[in-house]
Design a protein around this ligand. Sequence first.
Ligand code: ADP
Ligand code: MG
Length: 251
Amino acid sequence: MSVLETRGLVKDFGGFVAINDVSFTLDHAQKHAIIGPNGAGKTTFFNLITGHLEPSRGTVRFDGREITGMPPHRIVKLGLARSFQRINIFPRMTVWQNIQTALIARDGKHFNMLIAGASQNRQETSELLDLVSLDTESDEIAGELSYGKQKQLELAIALAENPSVLLLDEPTAGMSPQETRDAIALIDQIAVTRQLTLLFTEHDMNVVFGIADRISVLHHGELIASGEPEEVRTDAEVRRVYLGENEHAAA
Ligand code: ADP
Ligand code: MG
């Protein structure tokens, strides 16, 4: 069953076509990777889906309804959440306060001075901390966490919206090999616990082929392949324009 669909999606940046006629389907409970060289259009594609950019042409449907042109906060409310390629947290607040603030914002409330600060949304804040394995870092200043842990916090903030679909833009970018392994294990586990459909971009092919059950390939803004990992791995065009290139680069 498809949960997210684009039809003929185009993004033209003043004559430069970053996304070119992309028709794409994400199925329920999939762990779907979008791959493609730098500049292929992966982040732009995510921005079109989440309302951060308006498409020049084409449509986006989520859960059976058209969301093309909707503002990001409304799309999030429908259950489509994302993390960004760059860290997006409040660096001066504690870990606890970051999550609590996300929950308060989600509920459309304001921080309530009359309720003893830390107790607002206490139960849910604590559950999210556990979920992303930051329970022992609760009182630490977010900006002082290791990079990997800041990404975990970002994940908790995205999950505060209770999404059914989570988009992750390069979730392991900038991580050490150990941090990468931990992050992937965590994401995998959360996808199961929260019954999430995952759509992610990733440059590390070990990660991609390790967790994705479906892979789509963007090249110069065009979707050149979409299929099961083995199909994509052996696809002649994909090998020529992308995977082949990587092998040369690694050699
Ligand atoms: P990826 O995430 O796959 O590395 P991007 O989606 O970030 O690729 O970028 C795709 C192409 O679109 C790049 O050539 C980039 O320079 C261009 N691009 C992205 N955003 C803009 C923008 N706001 N204005 C003009 N060009 C852009
Ligand atoms: Mg990108």
